[in-house]
Design a binder for this molecule. Structure first.
Ligand code: BGC
Length: 268
C-alpha cells in the first residue's frame, strides 16, 4: 500500500504514510518535538512513537537525517547530538521499529521527491535544491541523478558557515524580517551560482511556504528560482521513495509489495 516516511529535523520529527503513485502524503502527518539533547537513543524512541501513531502501517520505513549518511551510517551531526556520529542508523532504527529502515540525508530526500513529483520534475541539467531550516541542506542533481551528501550549507560566507548566516533559524535568531533576510539568501545563492552555475534553484524547507515573502526580493541571479512544490513534506516523501528503492520496488510495484507485506502481518 503505502511506504512510511519520517523526517528527523533539528526541532521536530514528523512522519506519515506516503502514496508513492501520487508522491504525496496518504494521511495527515504526525509531529513530535525533537528531544533535547537529541541523542541517538532519545530520537529513536520518538521515531518509534511517530511510526506507532499509524497503527495500520507496516513494511519498510524511510527516514531522513540532518547530516551526512553513507550506507546507513551517520557521519556528521551539525544540528543534532554528536552521539549520532558513527551510528549505523539503519540497523539501530530497524531494530527499534522491527521494520526494514533506510536512512538518507534530509536535503537529498527532499531533492529526490521534488525531482520526481515537484518543482524539478522533468528538469535536466544541473538542479540544486536547498532547504532552509535549522541548518541549510543541499541536494545537487545532474540530469535527474543525485550527487549525494553535498553539504553546501557549510560553505564559508564571511568566514562562517553559510547556514549560520542564511538559514531560517539565523533569520529567527537575529529577529530579521523576510525582507531583511532576503539579501542573505541572495548572497548565498550568488556564491553557489558562481561555483556551480545551476539552471534551477529549488527553495525547500519550512520557508517554502512563505516564498512570496522573500523570493521577489532576490535579484541578480541568472538561474530560475522556484519554491519546493511539496514544501516541507518533500523530506517525508523522498524518505519513503528511498525506502521503496532500497527494497527493490518500483513506485507502483512498491504499492503492491507493501500490500503483500501488510497481508502477512497477523492483525493487518
Ligand atoms: C547538515 C546537512 C543537512 C542540513 C539541513 C546541515 O547542518 O550538515 O547534512 O542536510 O543541515 O538539515
Amino acid at each position: 500500500m503505502n511506504i512510511f516516511g519520517v523526517d528527523i529535523g533539528g526541532s521536530g520529527i514528523k512522519g506519515a504514510p506516503v502514496d508513492l503513485d501520487r508522491g504525496d502524503l496518504a494521511d495527515e502527518r504526525y509531529k513530535v518535538l525533537t528531544p533535547q539533547p537529541s541523542t541517538a537513543g532519545a530520537v529513536a524512541e520518538k521515531v518509534r512513537e511517530v511510526a506507532d501513531h499509524f497503527a495500520g502501517s507496516t513494511g519498510p520505513v524511510g527516514v531522513t537525517f540532518p547530516g551526512v549518511v553513507t550506507h546507513g551510517t551517520i557521519r556528521t551531526a551539525a544540528n543534532v547530538d554528536k552521539s549520532w556520529i558513527g551510528v549505523n542508523a539503519e540497523e539501530m532504527l530497524g531494530e527499534r521499529l522491527g521494520r526494514p529502515v533506510t536512512v538518507v540525508n534530509d536535503a537529498d530526500a527532499a531533492g529526490i521527491a521534488e525531482m520526481a513529483f515537484g518543482a524539478g520534475r522533468g528538469r535536466d541539467g544541473t538542479v540544486m535544491l536547498l532547504t532552509f531550516g535549522t541548518g541549510i541542506g543541499s541536494a545537487l542533481f545532474l540530469d535527474g541523478r543525485l550527487v549525494p551528501n553535498t553539504e553546501l550549507g557549510h560553505l564559508k560566507l564571511h568566514g562562517h558557515d553559510a547556514e549560520h548566516y542564511a538559514s531560517a533559524k539565523a533569520r529567527e535568531d537575529k529577529g530579521l524580517s523576510w525582507k531583511e533576510w532576503a539579501p542573505r539568501v541572495q548572497h548565498y545563492l550568488a556564491h553557489l551560482e558562481m561555483l556551480f552555475s545551476p539552471e534551477l534553484f529549488i527553495i525547500g524547507g519550512g520557508v517554502s511556504r512563505k516564498a512570496d515573502r522573500f523570493l521577489d526580493e532576490i535579484e541578480d541571479i541568472e538561474a530560475e528560482i522556484v519554491p519546493a512544490a511539496l514544501q516541507n513534506n518533500a523530506g517525508i516523501v523522498g524518505a519513503a521513495m528511498a525506502a521503496a528503492t532500497a527494497a527493490g520496488m518500483e513506485t507502483s510495484a512498491a504499492v503492491s509489495a507493501a500490500l503483500a507485506a501488510e497481508s502477512r502481518t497477523p492483525n493487518g
